[in-house]
Design a protein around this ligand. Structure first.
Ligand code: NAG
Length: 319
């Protein structure tokens, strides 16, 4: 059973490669009658706003939409994205979105990989926050990942792997010190997950005794949720987690689509509410983790960042 996922090849690399491949910044953004809401970008593990790939990604989206974009940094970016607990990372983003004046009338959110669960935590937990309009999620581990993310090449990584394996992914030390273990959900150890995992069970309202209706209300109050899955994703296991799909308990063979999960059926976080109102798009691109082309961005990301987005702008993607 191959349970190991590498995250050493991070999305920033693929973004950089794609965006370097000669994007024209001379896009015609058209005569927009309304000015678009600003958007924020939340990056994933090992990336930083100052990195070229991410700076370029934000810049390209700004040019394509005419909107102001803010890459929100958490601490020093790179290492905090690995080592700071995800709820703490979300607290920092929460403070930032409240302090940036331009966001106070509402904003759109663009998440990359781990940044998506941080973004969702901001939507669900952040008190007195400005409203999130649309949330475009690229390769988000929304339903968890069924493997401990190990990286086998770098010395530092090998050291971390050894610690995680030795202490156990749901040990308090590991949960408090290695951010991505906050969304590791091993289908054959659901008891360990419910008991020890400090981030995702709460975010997804999975624990009956601490389920909080406020999280559901807040998430279902956004306008549109676009979930982009990377069909050849080798970082997220399973790739369908980007669509809230996941393995059933004790089963590593079959990935349940979102609609067959309890999270959806019992509407723990409002996903069903949003979906039944036609406000969720399940989109996919053929590439590997976060490998999105300019054309795909134009088609699947940009519409959500323009004023007055209507799903009819994307015929065929809704079911
Ligand atoms: C649910 O979450 C809200 C917002 O964080 C909080 O104010 C409230 O006390 C929570 N309710 C329960 C029952 O824990």
């Amino acid at each position: 059973m191959e349970l190991l996922v590498r995250y050493r090849t991070l999305f920033s690399v693929s973004l950089l490669l794609l965006l370097r491949a000669g994007i024209s910044l001379e896009q015609d953004v058209g005569a927009l009658s309304l000015s678009p809401l600003p958007f924020i970008v939340l990056h994933g593990i090992g990336d930083a706003c100052r990195n070229e790939g991410l700076a370029r990604f934000t810049q390209v989206l700004m040019v394509m939409t005419g909107a102001d974009g803010y890459c929100i940094e958490i601490g020093d970016g790179m290492s905090d994205s690995f080592f700071m607990r995800l709820d703490k990372q979300a607290d920092i983003v929460c403070e930032q979105v409240k302090s940036i004046k331009a966001l106070q009338n509402g904003y759109n959110m663009v998440g990359l990989s781990q940044g998506n669960v941080i973004g969702r935590a901001v939507i669900e937990y952040c008190e007195d926050a400005p409203p999130v309009n649309n949330f475009v999620s690229l390769g988000g581990p929304h339903a968890g990942i069924a493997a401990v993310p190990l990286c086998r090449a770098l010395i530092l990584c090998r050291l971390l792997d050894a610690i995680i394996i030795r202490l156990g992914v749901y040990s308090s030390y590991v949960q408090n010190n290695f951010a991505p273990t906050g969304f590791v959900k091993i289908p054959t150890d659901m008891e360990g997950y419910y008991r020890g995992c400090l981030f995702l069970p709460k975010l997804n309202n999975e624990l009956p005794e601490s389920r909080n209706e406020t999280y559901k209300q807040r998430l279902s109050s956004i306008n549109y949720l676009a979930l982009i899955k990377f069909e050849a994703d080798a970082v997220l296991y399973p790739a369908d987690t980007a669509w809230f799909g996941f393995f059933g308990a004790n089963d590593f063979r079959k990935v349940l689509p979102a609609v067959e999960t309890d999270l959806y059926k019992e509407d723990w976080i409002g996903l069903k509410t949003l979906d039944e109102a036609g406000r969720v798009a399940f989109l996919s691109v053929p590439g590997g983790h976060l490998a999105i082309t300019e054309a795909e961005m134009q088609e699947m990301v940009v519409p959500y960042l323009l004023p007055n987005f209507q799903p009819s702008h994307l015929p065929g993607y809704y079911y």
